[in-house]
Design a protein. Structure first.
Length: 265
């Protein structure tokens, strides 16, 4: 007997634009926190910058399919993320570190990472090795069986990164992953981001402009829910060569672009 093959089974698994948003608006409570955003992101590490309240975390939540967009088009890994039934296969292929990483304090690092692997519908036989690899990649090998409640803030953040990467996601969303990391760990983390971005789409929100310059292939700058700038880190640096406020050319570029946008708004 010939088995019918569904469209999902023959669909290509890689997409030129793992994230495609057009006129995307997302509410946070009753507030329109993302307001008509147009972006297309491919493979690589994309740094998401913006002042407090710019809408970065709200955008991340929509991309992680945690909140439904209010308006506009959102296509994730080729699937319409505004259609409920399309979300399950997308969720299995994405990884997400929320800004507030909620966890069961009695779980060990290994429990938390394995639990996320299960939520991401990984084949059960693959889970222990995948969890171990994710824990090793964030350098928590010697704390793998420690309870989460016993970890420092930086270690907890690294456990959060491990749970986000356990399924080797094609789309990885990291909301302020470097908060609490010490300088040495931040340098190691940049290395890990570059590795992950070689064949996945990684979006990293941060307030550290230097992290973006060091580890990202492009920069997205948001303010008040809108896109201010998208370009390569060198463009950010170039904008800072003529003025602005900050300790480095990249920080000055950030302030120049933001002030120019606010002046024009
Ligand atoms: N539950 C909520 N109800 C009402 N407004 C909210 C809610 N959550 C967020 N907001 C508002 O939405 C806007 C965007 O918030 P969001 O957390 O996405 O910004 P952000 O860029 O991540 O900020 P930060 O850098 O401080 O983390 C802010 O003005 C915030 O006050």
């Amino acid at each position: 007997m010939v088995r019918a093959v569904s469209a999902d089974e023959v669909a290509p698994t890689r997409h030129a634009w793992p994230i495609e948003a057009a006129g995307l608006s997302v509410k946070a409570g009753r507030h329109l926190a993302v307001d008509g955003l147009d972006i297309r992101l491919g493979t690589g590490v994309h740094g998401l910058l913006g002042p407090n309240g710019a809408g970065k975390s709200t955008l991340m939540r929509a991309l992680a399919t945690v909140v439904r967009p209010h308006r506009g088009r959102l296509v994730l890994l080729g699937a319409d993320a505004t259609a409920g039934r399309a979300l399950r296969p997308v969720r299995a292929r994405l990884g997400y570190l929320p800004q507030q990483f909620g966890f069961y304090p009695r779980f060990t690092v290994r429990d938390a990472v394995e639990y996320m692997a299960w939520l991401r519908e990984m084949p059960p036989a693959a889970v222990p090795a995948a969890a171990q690899q994710a824990i090793d990649r964030v350098r928590l090998t010697d704390r793998a069986d420690a309870k989460l409640k016993s970890l420092s803030g930086g270690m907890l953040r690294r456990a959060g990164i491990a749970q986000a990467i356990v399924n080797e996601p094609e789309l990885l969303l990291l909301d302020e992953p470097t908060v609490g990391l010490d300088p040495e760990q931040r340098v190691e983390f940049r290395e890990l981001m570059r590795e992950l971005g070689a064949d996945s789409c990684v979006l990293v929100s941060t307030h550290l402009v230097e992290d973006v310059v060091a580890a990202c292939s492009d920069v997205i700058l948001m303010d008040q829910g809108r896109l201010v700038f998208q370009g390569v880190p060198a463009d950010l640096v170039r904008h800072g060569e003529t003025g602005g406020v900050g300790d480095s050319a990249a920080e000055r570029g950030y302030s120049v672009l933001l002030h120019r946008h606010r002046g024009a708004a």
